[in-house]
Design a binder for this molecule. Structure first.
Ligand SMILES: C[S@@+](CC[C@H](N)C(=O)[O-])C[C@H]1O[C@@H](n2cnc3c(N)ncnc32)[C@H](O)[C@@H]1O
Length: 210
């Protein structure tokens, strides 16, 4: 049973070495992958996105598929804590910036006072093992002066449906807890898994779409 962030990273490292991918949701033939890519494309089409932070970016396939990422006009920073995945993406996308730091390290940095036009947080929330880190991470992501956050989560009704291995821990994601400053501008339901959803949230203070 995974208990700590370090346990989780050892799990993902081994899994990536064994299977060579980061899960069905990042495979090109999965509908969820296409839905996630479309949501990012929608944000990029506003023309207001110049700085992107992709948290636990995995193999970040869609950066090779979205034309907006090709001409260098958008700064893309991917955070990938699993070393085996990080080693692959740094080779595959040498013109992008990747940080091999953990989410608990990330929330202690100020990213050089970075404000991001877009934060992508796909298929990661339900893999956070520690409850405290889950809450601190959400606070960090939504309390900063960022403009738009696209986040996926598993919208379970009952709490604590931890998988047997402990690598999958869906939690109720309550957008009202995000406070006054964030608006959910759209929600996409997975075509494959009923409870899987993504939200596009915008800061009321600095939205990318008015
Ligand atoms: C299912 S993959 C999703 C990758 C990518 N965001 C996507 O949607 O295709 C989960 C990612 O989160 C990272 N990860 C999973 N659990 C983690 C944990 N508890 N702590 C830190 N990173 C974790 C893994 O390294 C992996 O990159």
């Amino acid at each position: 049973m995974l208990k700590t962030e370090q346990d989780a990273l050892a799990y993902w490292d081994q899994r990536f070495k064994d299977k060579g991918d980061v899960g069905w949701g990042s495979q090109k033939n999965s509908k969820w992958y296409k839905q996630k890519k479309e949501a990012v494309a929608t944000a990029l089409k506003t023309g207001k996105v110049k700085r992107v932070l992709d948290i636990c970016c995995g193999d970040c396939k869609f950066i090779a598929e979205l034309p907006e990422f090709q001409d260098g006009s958008i700064e893309y920073v991917g955070v990938e804590p699993t070393k085996a995945i990080y080693d692959q993406i740094t080779k595959e996308f040498p013109d992008k910036t990747f940080l091999n730091i953990t989410p608990s390290e990330l929330i202690k940095t100020d990213m050089n006072n970075g404000q991001f036009d877009l934060i992508i947080c796909y298929d990661f929330l339900f893999h956070i093992v520690e409850d405290d880190l889950y809450h601190d991470f959400l606070k960090w992501m939504f309390n900063r002066d960022n403009k738009c956050v696209i986040v996926s989560y598993d919208d379970v009704e009952k709490k604590d449906q931890r998988s047997e291995q402990g690598h999958y821990i869906p939690r109720v994601f309550d957008t009202t807890a995000l406070g006054y400053w964030w608006n959910t501008t759209s929600t996409v339901k997975s075509a494959e898994h009923k409870s899987l959803k993504l939200h596009i949230l915008q800061s009321k203070k600095r939205p990318i779409v008015r």
